[in-house]
Design a protein around this ligand. Structure first.
Ligand code: HEC
Length: 449
């Protein structure tokens, strides 16, 4: 694939945020479904259609982001071989967290279960039988207005902070826009969720990323950077802060936007991004504070034609923490990134591994509340990234060099990590609660026949 056509693919995936509104509950229920045993007679209407409806049609339907739609038996049968191949290799749905390695309990997980994959494979192998039309599930109804992706669960945001208008030209190279805007809230509030969205439809085509940074006054009254609130990039849903934690927003804080535009051949006058914020109720006091920061991986990325590279980053806090989410960031050469913990007693644990990273889908892997790793004081986290500038990577031109840089076809090496900062007591308490929950579930397991 040429460089240009890759960029068009970015544009293609752009309206995905709209398409994905309401995806989460469907994906969740799908994880629990799919009981059909592969040795039964598998039919389209009874067994396969519900899986496709709940996990694929969000993108594979008329007017959504995927190039082919899977809305009828005929559509699906036509692509049956490719569907089998894509689901068996876990390339579709596009979600790149490794299965069976590291923490598997993730919020808003798009992956199919083993049973669902088995059903699809068995159906294709059996010659794609249609089955009884009476077994077909009710067709799904899709809402195509511009929604916030978390709106289905949380309702519309409590507060929206916009960037300032920017005229994106039709032609030219990458452009950065960093306006500062006030928070516009009357009193201190604790944030429970956030989401950044570009304008629709044009903004989605030309915004490469948009990060709202939080600035707070220091003693001298100067606004200084405290870290990021969230990030927008293709495929990303937003931030969800665990119930016991919050991120503080103050009336005299400022938001500094860091927006990377990429001209796509048409003018976009006065473009603006929006940061939607959902607050904890007024008067709520969280036990702990959480923040989202950019953790960089060091090392040269000098990718010669046909070459590979590796980067690594290390970090240690001076207090216990809980890691709430992990999002690798790279561009087209990044092949994979892992997150490991080295505990003070020397034990190491692979927390998360993302092998087939795909820059068209920026997933932030948000750990389930009872699975988010608790790290005692002194733990070191190790992030490792791998880069490929070879024929095996369809997204690059393996004839040319690539190095570090901020443009779309340069490379980057960092991870966005949301961290809850714990006290020693808080750490002990959370550890204790986890152990208790584990003992109870083990006892439950023993009681069962
Ligand atoms: C979040 C959006 C999204 C979801 C969900 C999704 N797809 Fe896709 N799919 C795409 C896009 C975009 C493409 C085209 C670009 C690409 O290949 O990555 C695609 C391409 C494909 C292809 C063609 C790939 C090839 O090159 O042969 C198949 C087959 C496919 N999807 C099957 C599925 C199946 C089956 C599901 C559900 C189990 C699914 N997809 C879920 C977005 C999605």
């Amino acid at each position: 694939m040429s460089r240009r056509s890759f960029h068009l693919a970015f544009g293609l995936a752009a309206p995905v945020a709209i398409a994905l509104a309401g995806f989460a509950p469907a994906a969740l229920s799908a994880q629990q479904g799919g009981e059909a045993a592969p040795d039964e007679d598998v039919t389209f209407t009874r067994d396969v259609a519900p899986i496709i409806q709940q996990n694929c049609q969000v993108c594979h339907r008329q007017g959504s982001v995927a190039p082919m739609s899977f809305e009828s038996y005929r559509d699906v049968r036509r692509y049956a071989r490719r569907i089998k191949d894509q689901v068996a290799r876990r390339l579709m749905p596009p979600y790149h967290l490794d299965t069976g390695v590291g923490i598997q309990d993730i919020k808003n997980d798009w992956r199919l279960s083993e049973a669902e994959i088995g059903t699809i494979v068995a159906w294709v192998d059996a010659g794609t039988p249609e089955g009884d039309p009476a077994d077909l599930p009710e067709p799904r109804v899709w809402e195509d207005r511009q929604m916030w992706q978390q709106e289905d669960i949380l309702g519309p945001p409590d507060h929206v902070i916009k960037s300032l208008p920017f005229d994106v030209p039709a032609q030219g190279g990458d452009t950065w826009w960093r306006p500062r805007v006030p928070t516009d809230i009357p009193a201190d509030r604790w944030i429970r969720a956030m989401e950044v969205r570009p304008s629709y439809p044009a903004g989605r085509q030309v915004v490469h990323h948009g990060n709202p940074r939080l600035l707070r006054k220091d003693e001298s009254g100067e606004h200084v950077r405290l870290g990021n609130l969230s990030e927008y990039a293709m495929g990303k849903i937003g931030e969800v802060v665990p119930q016991d934690a919050g991120r503080l927003l103050k009336p005299d804080d400022m938001i500094e936007w860091d927006i990377h535009y990429y001209p796509m051949g048409f003018d976009v006058p006065g473009d603006e991004l929006e940061l939607g914020i959902w607050f904890h109720p007024e008067g709520y006091e969280p036990d702990f504070t959480q923040d989202l920061d950019n953790y960089s991986l060091d090392g040269d990325i000098a990718l010669q034609p046909g070459g590979t590279a590796m980067t690594q980053g290390f970090y240690r806090w001076d207090h216990p923490v809980r890691i709430d989410s992990f999002q690798p960031h790279g561009h087209v050469h990044l092949h994979g990134m892992s997150l490991q913990a080295v505990y003070p007693d020397g034990r190491t644990e692979l927390l998360t591994m993302v092998t087939d990273f795909d820059a068209r889908w920026h997933h932030s892997y948000i750990y389930d509340d009872d699975a988010a790793p608790l790290l005692p004081t002194g733990t070191v986290i190790v992030m490792t990234g791998w880069y490929e500038n070879t024929e095996d990577n369809p997204l690059v031109d393996p004839e040319v060099w690539a190095t570090r840089g901020a443009r779309t076809f340069d490379e980057m090496s960092h991870a966005w990590i949301a961290v809850t900062h714990l006290t020693e007591d808080g750490y002990e308490r959370l550890q204790g609660e986890r152990e208790e929950a584990r003992t109870v579930s083990e006892q439950d397991g023993q009681r069962r026949p």
